[in-house]
Design a protein around this ligand. Structure first.
Ligand SMILES: Cc1cc2nc3c(=O)[nH]c(=O)nc-3n(C[C@H](O)[C@H](O)[C@H](O)COP(=O)(O)O)c2cc1C
Length: 310
């Protein structure tokens, strides 16, 4: 991928994701970084390739009843249920905040119906944001969300619909809760997606044996964090072999080694989620760590590493 030449021996951290050039391959996983404001005290947002925001719908959603978060071995489980302020407040408050920084803005979009998704995409087509990430993979909402992400025909259909309204490149976010991730990646590619991101959380359950109750009010929740990393690496590898689209890999990335592993498996860029809760500065550290790795092993640009373990 030619993103321009730099001085000899310098490491070029830039990546080109569907025509949008990020300064490095690191972004934040949706829902774990708000719209950046909560983290700006700990993270220089200028140092991130992109900020991916929490999912936003056409109208405000209250999310699921509490408790909706629990710790698990090597990670956590959540059933937040896509609580969000709705697109109007998001555009008014969050886009101007993020625009102060020299980073790309990726808006994660959620919906209960095709119409919901399209309404948000249409609205965002007039806004100064760089990419849309369409969440068809949330396991924690009853309608919409994952219903589109577990059926290849529905995934292709909604991709086509959103593409009709979106002005910015569209990243389709895939669910790991499927039999074949390759089939889902191919379906969104056929629908005209510009990129894919994966994985969303893996549906789990936790029971409090002393109270003999579900720990999460929703009964099930999405598992994230280091425990799911090997599954995510395998799925990124499979998706990379199934489609030609750029891939944003995520799932349990907690340090630069995990991020490099994902890139070697086939990811063009990486998202960091649950690890932000443990160390709010982790995204910057991961970007610096990838650069050190490239210097150590003589990689001139990120794309030279993508998918080379085959
Ligand atoms: C608390 C929480 C909220 C999340 N909210 C969203 C969301 O709004 N939209 C979305 O597409 N993914 C959401 N996710 C999924 C993450 O973006 C990511 O795909 C997943 O957690 C795997 O990455 P990780 O192991 O690095 O956290 C959420 C995850 C967590 C833990």
């Amino acid at each position: 991928m030619d993103v321009g030449k730099k001085a000899e021996n310098a490491v070029d951290m830039r990546v080109n994701i569907a025509g949008i050039v990020w300064k490095n391959p690191v972004t934040t996983a949706s829902g774990t970084f708000g719209s950046g404001k909560e983290f700006a005290e700990f993270v220089d947002l200028n140092k991130l390739g992109a900020v991916t925001t929490k999912g936003v719908a056409n109208i405000p959603w209250a999310g699921n009843p509490t408790p909706r978060i629990a710790e698990t071995y090597g990670g956590m489980m959540n059933a937040v249920g896509l609580q969000n302020p709705g697109i109007d407040l998001f555009c008014e408050r969050d886009i101007p905040f993020l625009r102060q920084y020299d980073t790309k803005i990726i808006v994660n979009v959620c919906g209960k119906s095709e119409k919901d998704y399209c309404e948000v995409a249409e609205r965002l087509s007039h806004e100064d944001v760089d990419m849309l990430e369409i969440n068809i993979s949330c396991p924690n909402v009853k309608e919409g969300g994952i219903a589109f992400g577990q059926n290849s025909k529905a995934a292709e259909h909604i991709t086509k619909a959103v593409k009709r309204y979106a002005k910015q490149p569209v990243i389709m976010k895939l669910s790991p809760n499927v039999t074949s991730i390759s089939e889902m990646a191919k379906a969104v590619e056929a629908g005209g997606a510009d990129a894919v991101s994966l994985i969303n959380t893996i549906t789990g359950m936790k029971i409090d044996i002393h109270r003999r109750q579900f720990v999460i009010a929703n009964k099930t929740g999405g598992v994230s964090g280091p425990a799911i990393h090997p599954i995510a690496v395998r799925m990124v590898y499979e998706a990379a072999h199934a489609v030609k689209l750029p891939i944003i890999g995520m799932g349990g990335i907690a340090n630069a080694q995990d991020a490099v592993e994902m890139i070697l498996a086939g990811a063009d860029a990486v998202s960091v989620g649950t690890a932000n809760f443990r160390n709010p500065a982790v995204t910057m550290e991961i970007a610096a760590g990838i650069e050190s790795y490239m210097k150590k092993y003589g990689f001139a640009c990120v794309s030279d590493m993508v998918g080379i373990v085959d």
